[in-house]
Design a binder for this molecule. Structure first.
Ligand code: ZN
Length: 186
């Protein structure tokens, strides 16, 4: 089922997600609905806050076409694997570790329609999370997958990409951001 996507201005986007202690039927249904919603909106990722739930869960999907344009890399136990394996990813209760080395790349956000900016992120992240079966999953990611994970895990902590925008970029988008906050559009 496709859910309405919450836009900037809704307080749920600033709420830190609650840890998911048990993977109930309700959690499974929410994950399936989040995947439908992300695909419908042609997004790369979606956090629970973006559909009105302050929970530690996000979904990510990178298509083969997008992977050609903006490649990803993935490692399991330091062995490089196909970055598209296991898509769509359902990421529950994630913890990230970040490399000091940074990389700039363009980002948008389904809660900020029409806005995009270059954001500096860690070049590679280590992820420890749970999947929908409750199993512990660990991997490292770089490229678009690494960036999407950082963007989505920020959402789970109430952090938005405008918080990480260069102040000059944020100033340039000021009117558009305010219009979204006010519930209208320019
Ligand atoms: Zn976002």
């Amino acid at each position: 089922m496709i859910l309405p996507i919450v836009r900037f201005g809704d307080p749920v986007l600033r709420q830190k997600g609650r840890r998911i202690e048990s993977i109930t039927e309700e959690v499974r249904r929410l994950a399936a609905d989040m995947i439908d919603t992300m695909r419908d909106a042609q997004g790369v990722g979606l956090a629970a806050q973006q559909v009105g739930h302050a929970l530690q869960m996000c979904v990510i999907e990178i298509s083969p076409e997008l992977n050609k344009e903006r490649p990803s890399r993935k490692w399991i136990a330091d062995k490089e694997v196909d970055p598209l394996e296991g898509m769509p990813l359902v990421v529950i209760n994630p913890e990230l570790t970040f490399t000091k080395k940074k990389e700039i790349g363009v980002e948008g956000c389904l809660s900020f329609p029409g806005i995009s900016a270059d954001i500096s992120r860690a070049w590679r992240v280590g992820v420890r999370c749970q999947d929908l079966e409750g199993r512990i999953v660990e991997f490292d990611a770089a490229g678009l997958l690494g960036r999407a994970l950082q963007h989505e895990v920020d959402h789970l902590n109430g952090v938005l990409f405008i918080d990480r925008m260069d102040p000059a970029d944020r100033e340039e988008w000021r009117e558009e951001i305010e219009a979204i906050r006010a519930g209208g559009s320019l």
